[in-house]
Design a protein around this ligand. Structure first.
Ligand SMILES: C[S@@+](CC[C@H](N)C(=O)[O-])C[C@H]1O[C@@H](n2cnc3c(N)ncnc32)[C@H](O)[C@@H]1O
Length: 383
């Protein structure tokens, strides 16, 4: 039974042949064996065209990292992130800075795949406790299970399905934190999964919510937004240079009764709007514009600036004296907000020290993980 689960591609006749050759089965056992095997429900492998699977749902090996370790290592060694996984960024820099000691209490504001949480938990050596939040019910349930299987259960880790801007409530409940990490934005699992709508590269519903069970999708937001508001949103959230043109094209399209409810439809509107550009610069500009427009919509539907502002306001009150915080940001809007709050906190004597300059991932890390390229780390120590 287990054999068939591990090697589903072996046919019953091939297995029978091998076992017969190696003397593991006698001819009279054949009938028994065939009868037994016919009771195993046959699960067909996902079919895909070509040598390698291209679509997210076809990558059945990458989606089962525990079972196909070699494939995972191979994908990572090629500088890619396996489907359904997230490679944690700047782990060494974060751990070096946080100076975690056994017995301390910590908070991971953005659990994600749990890579950072696990690295921090290891520093506790079984003594102390960590709290972690995430708003994504789908991925945080998987991470809870994965971490529990690796020995980080409820005795040492409490995972809460709530927004990190509720940090004040958790801190009050537990008496403050010795160390805090926030690794902002979205995880690779969310970006890669087409049904979440985060990527313009694959077709899917234009959703972009971190929690698909609450709020409204990006498609619903576009249905009612005015041209002026949309242009302002694209400009404020991602400095989009073509914000006016794109806002006009999107709102005109919707007024004509054509809902922009898929990632492909939005990408096509952007492509059409930028069709006036000279051919040699068009492809690159369309790609960058798509990235900015999707980012702006994501920030809007998840109220990312509002919750980050709230978090930064509550942060000093959640840290114990001497407590340390590290924050990873991925675009200039986030970084400006974090930088300003830490600088002001230092001026006001709330923090005894803070990062005057950003820390960037090493060139080696960026080469191994392209998604690290835009990362900026900032930190502070509570007075
Ligand atoms: C970049 S990923 C974190 C990856 C994680 N550090 C790891 O090592 O796997 C960001 C995560 O934060 C979550 N998130 C984003 N905004 C949040 C918020 N306001 N409150 C709680 N979780 C949030 C996202 O759902 C996502 O899972």
């Amino acid at each position: 039974m287990i054999f068939f689960e591990v090697f589903p591609r072996f046919t019953k006749n091939r297995i029978h042949g091998i076992m017969k050759k190696t003397g593991q089965i006698k001819p009279e056992d054949k009938e028994n064996f065939m009868n037994q095997e016919s009771q195993i429900p046959h699960k067909r492998r996902v079919r895909y065209k070509g040598k390698y699977p291209k679509k997210f749902e076809e990558k059945y090996k990458e989606l089962q990292p525990e079972k196909y370790k070699d494939t995972i290592e191979h994908v990572i060694s090629k500088g890619n992130t396996p489907a359904g996984m997230h490679i944690s960024i700047m782990v060494k820099e974060i751990i070096d800075f946080l100076e975690i000691r056994p017995g301390q209490v910590g908070f991971d504001a953005t659990l994600g795949y749990g890579g950072h949480t696990k690295a921090m938990l290891e520093c506790l050596r079984g003594q102390g406790h960590m709290y972690a939040t995430d708003v994504d019910p789908e991925e945080s349930a998987k991470t809870r299970k994965r971490l529990a299987e690796q020995g980080f259960g409820e005795d040492i880790l409490t995972i809460k399905l709530q927004n990190f801007c509720t940090i004040d409530e958790i801190a009050e409940e537990v008496g403050g934190f010795d160390f805090i990490l926030a690794d902002l934005g979205v995880s690779s699992m969310q970006i890669d999964n087409p049904k979440r709508g985060f990527s313009f590269k694959v077709d899917g519903p234009l959703d972009l919510r971190l929690n698909q069970e609450t709020g409204i999708s990006a498609a619903q937001r576009l249905d009612t937004i005015s041209r002026e508001e949309l242009a302002g949103m694209l400009d404020e959230n991602s400095d989009e240079p073509y914000c006016e043109e794109i806002a006009k094209a999107i709102t005109d399209e919707i007024r004509r009764g054509n809902h922009i409810d898929t990632t492909t439809k939005l990408r096509e509107v952007i492509e059409k709007t930028l069709s006036f550009l000279p051919e040699k610069e068009r492809k690159d500009t369309v790609k960058k514009t798509c990235q900015r427009v999707f980012q702006a919509l994501r920030i809007d539907v998840n109220r990312e600036f509002e919750v980050l502002y709230d978090f930064m306001e509550k942060l000093p009150g959640a840290l114990k004296p001497g407590g340390r915080v590290a924050i990873l940001t991925f675009h200039s809007g986030e970084d400006k907000l974090v930088k300003k709050a830490l600088k002001q906190g230092y001026k006001d004597g709330i923090y005894s020290d803070y990062s005057k300059d950003v820390i960037r991932p090493s060139a080696q890390e960026c080469a191994q993980n392209g998604r690290a390229r835009s990362t900026k780390m900032r930190w502070a120590v509570k007075a």
